[in-house]
Design a protein around this ligand. Structure first.
Ligand SMILES: N[C@@H](CCC(=O)N[C@@H](CS)C(=O)NCC(=O)O)C(=O)O
Length: 246
């Protein structure tokens, strides 16, 4: 069954037109969490629909590109692509005075897009180490029955260890430098869509949910750890991640 959650902290002024947003994705953070975080930071209420794998089988063919997430605005046709959704929500937030994506300030936008590009590079480097553990082995040049073998386990371990010793330090170095300069969030004192994108990626690294990527892998980067804590301490974010009553 589809579970539906509602953001609790949302406050809309009486003069604002009431808009409805429905965001449909799997019950994971994945590529939708950045959009959820932008909605949460903006205080925009939304219907948070989580689809199970069983439901997805019947739904896939009816979606525009055979993928989730989908966003429906005021009951309109479903929109795909999480990056588009993120910028849309960032613009809505900015119009409300919460400058997640300040569309009328090209210099700020440039800085935000540069940060988003860097996060995109980090995510690209992460795709193989994480995907090799569960995706079709033929995608990586291995035979179809490779998955679950000892050789598979050894490859997963080696690829993830390489990520942790080579790519992670490189990107955490870039991020630490940016964060030291800003003293706050990726693009200054206030969070933007770039932070909404980065935080779920960092949270995944330290989740303990990916074998061979240790929970303490960010400890050598105090600026990054402090940044993550700073973001998680934002009241709306704290509420979002607080255990919810079903
Ligand atoms: N570029 C798309 C990627 C969406 C995507 O890869 N969705 C995956 C989950 S993360 C999906 O729907 N997988 C199920 C399937 O392809 O059947 C976005 O960012 O929205």
């Amino acid at each position: 069954m589809t579970s539906v959650h509602r953001a609790r902290q949302a406050k809309t002024s009486k003069t604002e037109p009431m808009m409805t947003i429905k965001l449909t994705y799997f019950n994971i953070q994945g590529v939708a969490e950045k959009v959820r975080l932008a909605l949460v930071l903006a205080g925009i209420p939304f219907e948070d629909v989580r689809v199970s794998n069983a439901e997805w089988g019947a739904m896939k063919l009816s979606t525009p590109y055979g993928q989730l997430p989908l966003m429906e605005i005021d009951g309109g046709k479903p929109i795909a692509q999480s990056e588009a959704m993120l910028r849309y929500v960032g613009s809505l937030a900015t119009a409300k005075g919460i400058p997640l994506y300040p569309t009328s300030d090209p210099d700020r936008l440039l800085a935000i897009e540069e940060a988003c590009g860097l996060i995109g590079d980090l995510q690209r480097e992460w795709r193989v180490p994480v995907g090799i553990g569960f995706q079709d082995p033929t995608l990586y040049g291995y035979p179809p029955d490779f998955r679950g073998t000892e050789a598979h386990s050894a490859v997963v371990k080696a690829v993830r260890a390489k990520f942790c010793t080579e790519e992670l330090p490189k990107y955490m170095g870039f991020l630490s430098k940016r964060l030291s300069a800003s003293g706050g969030f990726l693009c200054g004192a206030e969070p933007t869509i770039a932070d909404c994108s980065l935080v779920p990626v960092l949270a995944r690294f330290i989740s303990g949910g990916v074998d061979h990527v240790p929970r303490d892998c960010l400890e050598p980067y105090p600026e990054v750890v402090a940044y993550l804590q700073r973001f998680m301490a934002i009241e709306a974010v704290k509420e979002w991640y607080a255990p919810k009553e079903e």
